[in-house]
Design a protein around this ligand. Structure first.
Ligand code: 1CP
Length: 339
């Protein structure tokens, strides 16, 4: 591979410079992606190997990023289990029949994952081919807890109150549901590995909605099971947004790297989970601001993380309204930085 900075960093090897990529880098803020969005529905873009490959490669070619992330969505696991998912422009995902009962959970079938998500093999292979061994390919899925949030709530939410209420009222059903999501997710990650991804990121985007003790009940055990199944095959990056209180436990899963959101000071992370490789953590909204501020904050971030065991990224996904020049300024500042 021509540029394996990310993979060497995940193995804790020395590198010439810090690798950089963006969470949610495929699509969104790129003008060429918006053109494709007019022509094809979301899941057409995900399932068609040529389209998925074109979208995945865009940020590598246009912004000079050190890794590609497969164009797909965390909600394909809800589909694998038998749920309908609609992507409504401007509104995000809608699940018209959210899970609220034991009967609904008993109908969810993780054994069908390989069949429902069969397209992932040819699409991932097409993406690998389009990358021509320039940079590594990151596969991904959501955490079981984050999937439960959407499957029970039925849509995005700022607090996922219905999903949390469900867990507090029916903890035994929640654990049944989380087990099924975990099983489907492990199958799906193994499919991505089989098709050639070089590393995998697990997004626990809504982990931080839980208290530290509820995190240990409803998220950590399932993440732990997933990391134990996958990390022996390819390095796993765990991104648990808002979970500063669980960094030590997240490190104990054995994941190769921990993603950090922008509320965590690098020195705090080193103090509680010192031996980890860290990834993050610029506030994505900084990229909306003036360019000199983007450059200044990026340099401050690079200095604070220090040399080695570090992957530069944002503290959450890049926002759709991010000016292309600011995204580029972030990447260039990381690449030009010398400790
Ligand atoms: O953006 C990329 O790099 C391409 C791959 C990708 C990834 C990694 C998409 C495409 N979605 C995701 C992950 C994802 N999806 C997460 C975890 C990361 C995060 O926290 O941002 C989550 C929570 C989702 C759920 C989801 N899908 C949302 C958020 C809804 C909410 O609760 O606010 C949305 C808007 C989607 C639709 C979606 N998925 C991906 C795109 C490009 C879109 C938008 C539709 C479009 O622009 O065409």
């Amino acid at each position: 591979m021509k540029n394996d900075l990310l993979l060497r960093t995940l193995r804790k090897e020395k590198t010439e410079r810090t690798p950089v990529w963006f969470m949610r880098q495929a699509g969104r803020y790129l003008p060429d992606y918006r053109v494709l969005r007019e022509k094809y529905s979301f899941f057409e873009r995900v399932r068609n190997p040529q389209l998925a490959a074109e979208i995945t490669v865009m940020p590598v070619k246009q912004v000079g990023i050190d890794a590609a992330i497969l164009f797909s969505d965390i909600l394909v696991i809800a589909q694998a289990l038998g749920m309908d998912v609609e992507m409504q422009e401007g509104k995000g995902p809608i699940l018209p029949a959210p899970i609220r009962s034991q009967e609904q959970i008993s109908k969810l079938d993780p054994a069908r994952t390989e069949e429902v998500l069969a397209y992932a093999i040819p699409t991932t292979r097409a993406v690998k081919e389009a990358l021509e061994n320039e940079v590594p390919l990151i596969g991904f899925c959501g955490s079981p807890w984050t999937l439960l949030c959407y499957m029970v709530e039925g849509k995005g939410s700022k607090d996922f109150a219905k999903a949390k209420q469900f867990c507090y009222e029916h903890p035994e059903l929640a654990s049944l549901l989380l087990d099924k999501i975990t099983e489907a997710s492990i199958t799906y990650l193994n499919m991505q590995i089989k098709a050639g991804v070089d590393t995998l990121q697990i997004f626990d985007s809504w982990g931080g909605l839980l208290s530290p003790s509820d995190y240990k009940r409803f998220s950590l055990p399932y993440l732990d099971k997933m990391v134990k199944a996958i990390q022996p095959q390819v390095p796993v990056i765990l991104f648990a947004k808002g979970c500063w209180y669980a960094l030590a436990e997240l490190q104990s899963t054995g994941a190769a790297a921990l993603g950090l959101d922008w509320t965590i000071h690098p020195s705090f992370a080193r103090q509680v989970a010192g031996a980890s490789v860290f990834q993050g953590n610029l506030d994505p909204i900084v990229l909306l601001g003036p360019r000199h501020h983007v450059e200044k904050e990026t340099v401050a971030m690079m200095k604070a993380f220090g040399k080695g065991n570090y992957i530069a990224n944002l503290g959450h996904g890049v926002l759709p309204q991010t000016p292309f020049e600011n995204a580029k300024a972030f990447v260039d500042t990381v690449k030009n930085f010398r400790a």
